[in-house]
Design a protein around this ligand. Structure first.
Ligand code: WT7
Length: 649
């Protein structure tokens, strides 16, 4: 522990300038920061995307609503697939897909992808999907997930991908909110050698979605699953054409809705973050090329996220495919069948660019460097990190054991709402500092404000964006009032990200974590209130309060304080029942790590739960100011209970 602390302290003062060799070949040159805002986005918009009709106006900003590339017509699937085939790149591999069972792999070329996307689009058309039909996609990491996304894009059908770890209620809530008429799912998914019943969960969800008309089911494990006549269709049973001429790419308006991605906010109801067509595509393609230094002819790129989250949308599907990249998609977890799996994949495909999250790096640290040591990973030339601030010790391990002390590391800050990376180093240009996201991307204007809304030149405060950027969300689906309230009210005229940040003496940005009631568990955003609602929904629970505590592996871990009805005492059975209840309501990844049973919660005289104190207790810290508490004895009692709290660890 002492060693780690020392390493952390010294790493914070370490600087890693780019090597001359990397700089000489880098996509981004130092002068990329000099381009004026409008020129930068104008030229990237023209050059990175093929337009059916060119845009006539770069952007329009009627605060807080921005529109980009007005007047243009394009199709995202055409840009990601067809145009590469037309350019003679049909035989280039788009995806090396690696199934969880080790003998299942597929190399999908751009020509294959075109046929498969057309087939999927025709299947969707056959079951009633057309331009404007909202589609939900609930799948594991199979190639058909990317194909379903692209098929919807081809047809102009807005979609929402619901991560395969979500429970039935979460799926039906999202489908109802977006008005989804069709669901694409699969029989089952593989997870650590066991089948996960996606279709069964999807069936339960669809019972609560009156507007759903049809489901398209992809066969993955081949085990029998229930099918409802007239509603459910096996994908492989539909006799449809894969000839591109049979299903032309729908010309879409720049500002047509592309997809909605639900993410947790500070209330129990997730926010449907809306992204539109042109600005999103230009934003992800530009950032993907410059930040990951993509050389489409030679690189093998692997973003080890799940397509069910925004990282996978922007940097597995849309950015890389728009840029004609060769990528890896891996179906399983990093620890199956053993801790070497990732490094086996890097070696097998010659992965040159790896993009992952600090929580995954910390898991590999825990497992030990001997596993990666058994593989030749010298093909790697660039590493990326996303999801939470990367602790300097993890950065140093990543640099040494994965990067061989030669690969630049890009620490990329962004959000579901921002659509694309906004703060990051540029490899070959920026001097990296472990734990520091460094600078706004070219064409992005970020600042730190104090409580009074004044700019902080050097020091800490709230991270805001000053100007619009192409991939920014166009709003919360169906709830403009919440959009204005959440992001634009605290500092009028600025987008407020919900994160704290510090600007150092060099002008570099360090992220300090969320400043609201949002937790970050393994790089996944979860709201305290969402989990409280799930707990209170259990018949034996009278009251619940949830907060995060720091965790060496997951960044934050969820701690729940629960008062049972009739002052029932704590029991291991109740602990398991409540954790499972959260899994059934939201998904297994939202299960609290600890539950503290308590007859009373610390509240102000007006009845507001004091989360700050709960966090102090959860972190074993000295308890802060309790003078506003209605009953200050509660918190002491709580601290002693927490010390003996029940946990699954
Ligand atoms: C929140 C967004 C979009 C990527 C996946 C998460 C935190 C993300 C970093 C980073 C420090 C980071 C922020 C942000 N975050 N990347 N490099 N350094 N913090 O997407 O679920 O929308 O969460 O993740 O707190 O607000 P998300």
């Amino acid at each position: 522990m002492a060693d780690e602390t020392i390493e952390t302290l010294s790493a914070e003062t370490l600087h890693f300038p780019p090597s001359a060799a990397f700089t000489a070949q880098a996509n981004a040159r130092a002068d990329v920061y000099d381009a004026p805002f409008e020129e930068f986005w104008e030229s990237n918009g023209r050059e990175r995307v093929t337009w059916f009709e060119p845009f006539t106006e770069l952007y329009r900003w009627e605060l807080p609503h921005a529109e980009w590339y007005l007047g243009g017509k394009l199709n995202v699937a055409y840009n990601c697939v067809d145009r590469h085939v037309e350019a003679g790149l049909g035989s280039r591999v788009a995806f090396h897909w690696e199934g969880e069972p080790e003998d299942e792999t597929r190399a999908i070329t751009y020509a294959d992808l075109q046929r498969d996307v057309v087939r999927m689009a025709n299947a969707l058309r056959k079951i009633g999907v057309g331009k404007g039909t909202a589609v939900a996609i609930y799948m594991g990491m199979v190639p058909e997930l990317a194909m379903a996304i692209l098929a919807c894009s081809r047809l102009g059908a807005p979609f929402t991908v619901v991560f395969g770890g979500f429970a039935a209620d979460s799926l039906s809530d999202r489908m109802n909110d977006m008005g989804c008429e069709v669901l694409v799912t699969q029989d089952e998914a593989w997870r650590r050698g066991k089948p996960v019943p996606l279709k069964v969960v999807a069936d339960e969800a669809m019972q609560a979605v009156p507007g759903v008309r049809a489901a398209l089911v992809v066969r993955r494990t081949g085990n029998a699953v229930p099918m409802t006549d007239g509603r459910d269709h096996w994908y492989h049973d539909l006799d449809v054409s894969d000839d591109p001429a049979s299903c032309p790419c729908e010309p879409m308006d720049s500002e047509d809705l592309l997809f909605v991605m639900y993410t947790s906010g500070t209330t129990a109801k997730p926010k449907g973050i809306a992204h539109t067509t042109a600005g999103y595509l230009v934003g992800v393609a530009t950032t993907h090329s410059l930040i990951f230094d993509l050389k489409a002819e030679s690189d093998v790129y692997w973003c080890a996220a799940d397509i069910g989250w925004i990282t996978g949308h922007s940097y597995i599907v849309f950015g890389p495919l728009c840029n004609g990249a060769t990528s890896v998609i891996y179906e399983g977890t990093p620890d199956y069948p053993n801790y070497e799996r990732w490094w086996e994949i890097v070696e097998r495909y010659g992965v040159s660019i790896l993009y992952t999250a600090p929580t995954a790096i910390r898991a590999h640290i825990k497992w030990g460097p001997e596993h990666v040591g058994k593989h030749d990973i010298s093909s790697l030339r660039l590493l990326g990190s996303v999801g939470e601030p990367i602790n300097p010790a993890a950065w140093m391990w990543y640099h040494k054991h994965i990067g061989g002390e030669r690969c630049p590391i890009v620490d990329t800050w962004w959000q579901t709402e921002t659509g694309m990376i906004l703060l990051t180093s540029l490899p070959g240009v920026t001097t990296a500092k472990p734990g520091c996201a460094t600078r706004p991307f070219p064409g992005v204007f970020a600042a730190v404000l104090n409580e009074e809304g004044e700019r902080v030149e050097h020091g800490s405060g709230y991270l805001v964006l000053e100007r619009p950027w192409p991939a920014m969300t166009r709003g919360i689906f169906g709830d403009d009032a919440r959009f204005q309230e959440t992001y634009w009210k605290k500092f009028p005229g600025y987008y407020f990200a919900g994160d704290g940040a510090r600007i150092d003496e060099d002008g570099d940005f360090w992220l300090l974590g969320r400043v609201d009631d949002v937790m970050n568990v393994s790089g996944h955003r979860l709201s305290t209130i969402e989990i409280e609602s799930a707990l209170v929904d259990h018949p034996r629970v009278a009251e619940a309060a949830v907060c995060g505590r720091s965790d060496a592996l997951t960044g934050e871990a969820i701690v729940a304080y629960v008062t049972l009805k009739g002052n029932e005492g704590p029991s291991v059975e109740m602990l398991e029942e409540l954790r499972n209840h959260v899994a059934v309501r939201i998904g297994a990844f939202a299960k609290p790590a600890n539950i503290v049973f308590t007859p009373e919660l610390p509240k102000t005289r007006s009845g507001k739960i004091m989360r700050r104190l709960l966090r102090d207790v959860a972190e074993n810290r000295a308890i802060g100011d309790t003078t506003t508490l209605a009953d200050s004895g509660v918190v002491l009692e709580l601290a002693s209970r927490a010390a003996e709290s029940l946990t699954d660890e």
